[in-house]
Design a protein around this ligand. Structure first.
Ligand SMILES: Cc1cc2nc3c(=O)[nH]c(=O)nc-3n(C[C@H](O)[C@H](O)[C@H](O)COP(=O)(O)OP(=O)(O)OC[C@H]3O[C@@H](n4cnc5c(N)ncnc54)[C@H](O)[C@@H]3O)c2cc1C
Length: 408
């Protein structure tokens, strides 16, 4: 990687070219024309998700032996950029699933992989990822939801109690990778946390029977990022078998914080790709509209002030894409990419917001109309500044990593 040029980052293999062409066509034909309807109704886009299952998109990074495509993070972020160019809610349906499968592939026991990965590869069961709570987002170590061992006989059981917040895919998922406290006295706090794979009935609010005590309240009403549900989760005496501790009880107990932080690193490359995708779409809309709309006797694209906006947008997108692909390629090469993933997430999500706002301004009054796609993008883009760590948190991560890499 030392001699890498920008081309090294953007270059695609023949396989990547074919997949990206297919996903781009899917976005153009199935996502973009239908997004307005699902956004307006805040309705889960079931037919689109069904087609994503047929295309194998839920198993992109899952190894072939479990029925997935076995592709790398770089190819995955290329796919996410294309899906997000269509509508970021569609990439949202896949993202937490991708993080869940990453956690299983990296930390799961063989039995856990055999049990869940094949059905995850087909999208038959989908995954959610849950850290945040009503009073806790950035400061993950302050979570309160807890699990206590209540039965040591076979199968040994833990009981989970507490409340989670902002769980993307909280209702439709069948598996929730949930971080809870298992040792409240641990010092430092992060050594007392465990990731459980909590199972439930997809699409069911009030779970009963073996999943009793796991309730999904009605979805939260949001400014944008509609279609995909974000929910609270209430655990009230939910019994989770010890065998569902990620990595097994012996190896995984109290190791959850490190596991989840590792997953956030790939999650950040993935949010960066979403920033690039939404920014790219905003630029496409601006390029088109600015050549159609006339003021003072000529298309607004011929006014230098508008050209400068287009130039700044295109430059930011190029830089964001390079950072995103660099962080993914480093991770695929087995190198450290924590700093790079933080930079990519910070820059690309801010580029997404910037480009959407510039495109919105170029659209004049029509940008404010629900009949124009940019209005949806304007409501969708801010999420990327928040999810997987806010811009402030990314700067903290980048600053800390810089100092640890350059210690004197
Ligand atoms: C639509 C949506 C979907 C989401 N999906 C998920 C999901 O699937 N799973 C999940 O676990 N979470 C999810 N989240 C939650 C998200 O990760 C958190 O909202 C985010 O981490 C910020 O936490 P917070 O909202 O509690 O803000 P807070 O942590 O309360 O922060 C508030 C403000 O203070 C700033 N701040 C905090 N600490 C510092 C500091 N030390 N220095 C400087 N500034 C600071 C923040 O940057 C922010 O501006 C989702 C959120 C949304 C909106």
């Amino acid at each position: 990687m030392a001699t890498a040029t920008p081309d090294t980052y953007t270059e695609k293999t023949d396989e990547q070219k074919a997949i990206i062409e297919m996903v781009r066509q899917f976005a153009d034909e199935q996502i973009i024309p239908n997004a307005e309807h699902y956004d307006h109704e805040d309705e889960f886009p079931e037919p689109i998700v069904e087609q994503m299952r047929e295309l194998g998109l839920f198993g992109v990074t899952i190894p072939e032996e479990y029925g997935g495509m076995g592709l790398d993070l770089t190819t995955y972020v290329m796919i996410v950029e294309e899906l997000s160019r269509g509508w970021i809610s569609i990439s949202g349906i896949i993202n937490t699933h991708f993080i869940g499968s990453y956690l299983l592939m990296k930390f799961g026991t063989d039995e856990q992989k055999q049990r869940w990965l094949p059905r995850m590869a087909t999208g038959e069961i989908r995954a959610a990822f849950s850290l945040s709570e009503p009073e806790v987002g950035s400061d993950v170590q302050a979570i309160k939801t807890s699990a206590k061992k209540v039965d040591d006989s076979e199968p040994a059981m833990y009981e989970i109690n507490g409340q989670k917040m902002w769980v993307t895919n909280g209702l439709m998922s069948g598996l929730v990778f949930v971080l809870v406290k298992t040792d409240p006295d641990a010092d430092p706090r992060h050594r007392g946390m465990t990731c459980f794979v909590a199972e439930k009935e997809p699409g069911v609010g009030e779970n009963t029977g073996e999943y009793a005590g796991f309730t999904v309240p009605p979805k939260l009403k949001k400014m944008g990022y509609k279609g995909v549900e974000s929910t609270e989760l209430v655990f009230d005496g939910y019994r989770c078998p010890a065998e569902n501790v990620l990595g097994g009880e012996q190896a995984g107990l109290n190791k959850g914080f490190a596991q989840m932080m590792d997953a956030l690193e790939v999650g950040r490359a993935n949010v960066a790709a979403r920033g690039v995708g939404i920014a790219q779409r905003a630029l496409e809309l601006a390029l088109r509209y600015s050549q159609e709309r006339k003021t003072f006797g000529k298309p607004i694209a011929e006014h230098q002030a508008i050209q400068f906006k287009l130039a700044d947008m295109a430059t930011q997108i190029e830089a964001a894409r390079l950072l995103t692909l660099k962080s993914a390629r480093l991770k695929d090469a087995g190198e450290r990419s924590d700093l790079e993933a933080g930079m990519a997430k910070l820059f690309a999500s801010e580029a997404g917001r910037f480009c959407v706002e510039e495109s919105f301004r170029i659209h004049g009054g029509y940008g404010y109309s629900k009949e124009y796609e940019i209005e949806r993008l304007y409501r969708d883009a801010p999420l990327l500044l928040i999810g997987e760590g806010t811009s402030e948190i990314q700067r903290m991560v980048i600053g800390k990593k810089l100092l640890s890499r350059h210690k004197i």
